[in-house]
Design a protein around this ligand. Sequence first.
Ligand SMILES: Cc1cc2nc3c(=O)[nH]c(=O)nc-3n(C[C@H](O)[C@H](O)[C@H](O)COP(=O)(O)OP(=O)(O)OC[C@H]3O[C@@H](n4cnc5c(N)ncnc54)[C@H](O)[C@@H]3O)c2cc1C
Length: 389
Amino acid sequence: MAKFKGTDLYQIDDLLSDEERLTRAMVREFVNEEFLPIIREHYREGEFPADLIPKIAELGLLGANLEGYGCAGLNNVAYGLINQELERGDSGLRSFVSVQGNLVMYPIHAFGSEEQKKIWLPKLANGEAVGCFGLTESDAGSNPGAMRTRAERTNDAWVLNGGKMWITNGTLADVAVVWARTDEGVRGFLVETGTPGFTAKAIHGKLSLRASDTAELLFDNCEIPEDNLLPKTSGLKNALMCLTQARYGIAWGAIGAAMACYEEVLNYAKDRIQFDDKPIAAHQLVQQKLVDMVTEITKGQLLNLQLGRLKDENKATHVHISLAKRNNVSQALQIARNARQLLGANGILDDYHSMRHMCNLETVITYEGTHEIHTLIVGEHITGHPAYS
Ligand SMILES: Cc1cc2nc3c(=O)[nH]c(=O)nc-3n(C[C@H](O)[C@H](O)[C@H](O)COP(=O)(O)OP(=O)(O)OC[C@H]3O[C@@H](n4cnc5c(N)ncnc54)[C@H](O)[C@@H]3O)c2cc1C
């Protein structure tokens, strides 16, 4: 058997095209050279490294699987690999790209007018503008159908009142895709953040996803021009379609975080000596943890690859994506916890990455549908019984 290299035990590389491998290599180099050297300070400060936005855009990572309007038009496997490599760096970095591409550019692309697409997509792709996505409210998380934010139609505008909570990119954004109840059901609006009555307040005190901007959005008689309604939105299902796109990227991203933890701790375990001059990697209980990690990473990589191929053939459903998000994030969290454990006391220092990934993954297992909600989505599919309430 060829010597096992890194995390590719099953020669999954051979299943990728040259373009997919090149995309992965490009993002890996960016993360290794420009992101990892600065993440520790940004994590400590609780700040997203916004200075990197032009570089992220220049690499074509924003809306990379969308066609036209300045987007890269990559296939979904290449797009998945982008997410994997970004989250090898930090879940906050991947979250920035996911929100901009899947939750802001995708709804404009899918539900926007031609004019909205021409105005917003090129500048969101080139990083000139940043977007955020407001669905969750303080009393409507897992059940967004309970939202209270309302938009009332006037003669030629809409007046928005309410608030959104936990909004990634909230204080950085130039435009917010906001979902609100109307007399015609839930609809999506493009809210320019300079609009009078709009406020974004940073949420402080996070112990997870610290290098990501998270905010509360408030709308106080915020007047939105008719032209900023996303015309093809006609219900909550459109917001959920955006989440399906983002959850796809998260399934790949979580495996990237797991790979970072595994690689860090494998190296550490080979060097760290305890008992009889033996590296800890030579102890059976340590090997068991390492083998569990690489097994779950391999399974997650294969799951992602087949999911990506299905998505490229338009055969991936929201159930496939829920299964992958649910599995890969919970496995990645377990891997990060075990990696932290094997690093011993050193593992609590931010000189090492595993505990940062572990803390981040506590958000990732909660947002974009909690682990339990994805259980219920897959459960409904296989049994035919919805069990949400
Ligand atoms: C850092 C961060 C960034 C975020 N970014 C965004 C963003 O950009 N835009 C946005 O709109 N939202 C965002 N969110 C919000 C996120 O999507 C919600 O937190 C998530 O949907 C869960 O909602 P909740 O926190 O209100 O938890 P709740 O819905 O109150 O759930 C609490 C617990 O109860 C469980 N639970 C709830 N209902 C059921 C049920 N029927 N059966 C079994 N268990 C159940 C949940 O699984 C969970 O464990 C973000 C959250 C975080 C933490």
